[in-house]
Structures are given as structure tokens and as C-alpha cells.
Design a protein around this ligand. Structure first.
Ligand code: ATP
Ligand code: MG
Length: 387
């Protein structure tokens, strides 16, 4: 079993601290995905877990044991990088077997010791090659392979070491779109077959949403939120996560609180001066405070059937076939985006009315933290305040 626990993990390069106290619990067998903007510290976090760099402060436990001072090979962790880092002068077979024959000399060490047990090594390489459909390429050199095949060799090289934990740093980002989909499915299958814990870094929303049991959103060296893909999608804890998870991004409308009661707040939107009642707890905001209202493009629909209503001029229409995205006039700010079905006849220049359920509307206080919803009932309509 390889539960992993990070508590208060910090990392500084000289005086610059890049990770500011990271707490994450990962259960054995979980597929955990780290996402976040470039430079937020995802790769650094992986390197600390792998043991490729020292941890500045905090505690890293694997299977209940503190491993801060253990070498990478003692941690039984294998890492697969974005640049496959294959040895160009070795065949696929040798690339995969190499780590097993190295002894503990290489950066990730070897597990079996020099020259030991050729038969066992052969069995492991053949088995990994079979599961990754690389059997017919074992005698080739990396330059004779496609990008996807090379990445599979890099994964194979990790598999043969029987690690408890796999770390992947953007393993698919060098592949074209079709190959990404295939290799993504292979990685999902690998996870089912291997009974190993996987920690995976990606920029790709779809990879994160489809592969992860748990997503950790990292922002500027902090954990912004950690939860299942659907938890993050439906209940983002803050504006950062709300804007980061989901594509196209959530729309944000600024506003100001004009009245509060226990079960809902009333706010006036800068967008069109309209007043909206929103079913959220009022404890963490007050009258006069700025709030942000968030609504995803896919939760807006044409017409005024639903209680949260807006009206806007369409600037641009993007037709993707199965769906169209309408980009709506929003003053000087980013345009609002609305997803509509592919048959919609709306064109740029049209003025449309659109609406959403109040339960699909997110509200963030002036600090960017989400206000807790008071109902999950889609039929909910806020009461009108008597003036
Ligand atoms: N060896 C180093 N010395 C000094 N600063 C470093 C070093 N490695 C990384 N950093 C800094 O630490 C921060 C986090 O870097 P990291 O590579 O972890 O980001 P990332 O989230 O993986 O980004 P990307 O998505 O671009 O790969 C960055 O500001 C980076 O410049
Ligand atoms: Mg990185």
C-alpha cells in the first residue's frame, strides 16, 4: 500500500519560496491530477515527491513512513517526463531494461543490481511491451519511432521497475490531438491494470477531468482546491478554481450587494444594472460589498424560461457543428460566452435574451471565496423583496 501524505510542504530556491505549505492526502491506487497555470509549482511538487530535489520544510510520508531523506529508488517511485528522455543509442528493449541493470547509480536508481537476473529482466520488459503494444518495436531505436511510441517506451521504462507510485509530468503534451486521445485511454487502462498510485501533471482540462479520481488545483504555490472532478466543476471553492476548471471558462459578472437575508442575497449587476436575487448564505458578505456572479456558458439557455435572466447583443458566433458558442457584448470586459446547440440560427448582431437556473449561478465574495448555496432545487425562485 502506498498512501502518500504531504503536510506543510515548502520549497524555496535560495530566498524565493515557490511552494508555501502544501497539504495533500493521496490514497493507495488513486489517480491524482495536479493542474494550475504555468509556473505555479506543479513540476516542483512532483520532483519533491520523487526525491529529485530536497524538501525545504514539511513532511512527506509514503505508506506511513517519513521519506524526506530517502533516495528516489528507496521511495519506489518512477517518473515519466514530457520529453521522453530516451537514450538515442539504445534500442527500445535496452531503454526499458536499462533502469533494471543500473544498480543504484542512476538518478532514479535501479532495482535489481548490475547484471543480475537476465531472465527476470526479460520477463518484465516483455510484459510491459505487451501491455503497451510495443512488442514489434523492441529492436528499433527511438529515432525510428513516432512521438506516441516514444512516450509509450518512456512509460514502459517506468512500469518495469514495479514502482508503488508513478509520477507523470505532462506526458502527452508533445503528441498531436488524435494520439493524445489514444495514449490517454492507454494511461487510464494502465491505471486499472496496475493497482498503482498515479500522480499526473497536465495543462489539459479534458485529461484532468477524465483521468482523475482527484484533482488538485495549484495556484502560486498554494492548493486552491482539492476534490473530485465533479466537485470542482459544480462547487468551486473560489473564483480562481471556478475560472480554471471548465472550458470555455465560467463567465463572471461584477455586482454589489444591496440587501441580504439568511437564505439569499440581492445584488445589482454592473453589467446591465439589473437586480438579482441569489440563493446563497449571506454570512460572509454584507450590504455594499462587491461580489462576483459566475455562470458557465453551458448553463445559459436561450429564452427567459429560467429565473436568472440577461439580455445582450451577439458579437461573434463560433459554430463547431454539435454546438455553437455565442460571444456576447459585455462593455469593456471580456465578452460573455454562451453555449447553444449546433442548429441555433442566432447570428452576430442579434440581440438575445437568455437565462439560467439559480442553482447554476455561483457567487463569490470580495475575497473571491464562494458563498454557500442555500438550495440545490432547480425550481427555486428567490422571493422578491418588498421595498
Ligand atoms: N531550479 C530552480 N531554481 C529557481 N527557481 C526555480 C527552479 N525550478 C523552478 N523554479 C521556479 O519555481 C516556480 C515553479 O516552477 P515549476 O516548474 O514547478 O512550475 P510548473 O507549475 O511546473 O509550470 P509549467 O506548467 O510551466 O511546467 C517557477 O516560478 C520557477 O521559475
Ligand atoms: Mg512543469
Amino acid at each position: 500500500m502506498a498512501d502518500i501524505a504531504l503536510s506543510g510542504i515548502k520549497k524555496a530556491y535560495g530566498k524565493a519560496e515557490v511552494l508555501h505549505g502544501i497539504d495533500i492526502d493521496i490514497k493507495h491506487g488513486e489517480f491524482v491530477v495536479f493542474v494550475g497555470p504555468s509556473g505555479c509549482g506543479k513540476s516542483t511538487l512532483l520532483r519533491l515527491i520523487a526525491g529529485l530535489e530536497p524538501i525545504t520544510d514539511g513532511e512527506l510520508k509514503i505508506a506511513g513512513k517519513i521519506v524526506n531523506d530517502l533516495t528516489p529508488s528507496q521511495r519506489k517511485i518512477a517518473m515519466v517526463f514530457q520529453s521522453y528522455a530516451l537514450y538515442p543509442h539504445m534500442t527500445v528493449y535496452k531503454n526499458m531494461a536499462f533502469g533494471l541493470t543500473l544498480g543504484n547509480k542512476g538518478p532514479l536508481g535501479g532495482l535489481l543490481g548490475g547484471g543480475e537476473n537476465k531472465k527476470l529482466i526479460d520477463e518484465k520488459v516483455q510484459k510491459a511491451a505487451k501491455s503497451l503494444q510495443l512488442e514489434e518495436y523492441l529492436d528499433r531505436y527511438p529515432r525510428e519511432l513516432s512521438g506516441g511510441q516514444r512516450q509509450r517506451v518512456a512509460i514502459g521504462r517506468a512500469i518495469v521497475r514495479d514502482p508503488n507510485v508513478f509520477l507523470f509530468d505532462e506526458p502527452l503534451s508533445n503528441l498531436d490531438a488524435a494520439l493524445r486521445v489514444n495514449t490517454r485511454l492507454e494511461i487510464a487502462k494502465l491505471h486499472q491494470d496496475l493497482d498503482a498510485t498515479i500522480i499526473y501533471v497536465t495543462h489539459d482540462q479534458v485529461e484532468a477531468m477524465t483521468l482523475a479520481d482527484k484533482i488538485v488545483v495549484v495556484n502560486e504555490g498554494h492548493v486552491a482546491q482539492c476534490g473530485s472532478p465533479l466537485e470542482l466543476y459544480h462547487h468551486p471553492a473560489n473564483k480562481f478554481v471556478a475560472g480554471f476548471i471548465g472550458s470555455p471558462s465560467m463567465n463572471f459578472l461584477e455586482g454589489k450587494v444591496t440587501a441580504t437575508s439568511e437564505q439569499y442575497i440581492e445584488a445589482i449587476l454592473d453589467y446591465d444594472g439589473s437586480t438579482v436575487q441569489l440563493p446563497v448564505q449571506s454570512r460572509t458578505t454584507k450590504v455594499g460589498e462587491k461580489i462576483t456572479v459566475g455562470i458557465r456558458p453551458e448553463h445559459l439557455q436561450e429564452g427567459v424560461d429560467l429565473p436568472f435572466q440577461l439580455k445582450a447583443r451577439v458579437n461573434v458566433v463560433e459554430r463547431l457543428g454539435d454546438a455553437s458558442y455565442l460571444y456576447l457584448e459585455n462593455g469593456a470586459d471580456d465578452p460573455l460566452c454562451m453555449k447553444t446547440d449546433g442548429h441555433s440560427t442566432i447570428k452576430s448582431g442579434d440581440t438575445v435574451e437568455f437565462s439560467a437556473n439559480l442553482t447554476a449561478v455561483h457567487v463569490f465574495n470580495a475575497d473571491g471565496n464562494a458563498l454557500t448555496r442555500t438550495t440545490t432545487d432547480d425550481r427555486y425562485t428567490a422571493p422578491t423583496l418588498s421595498s
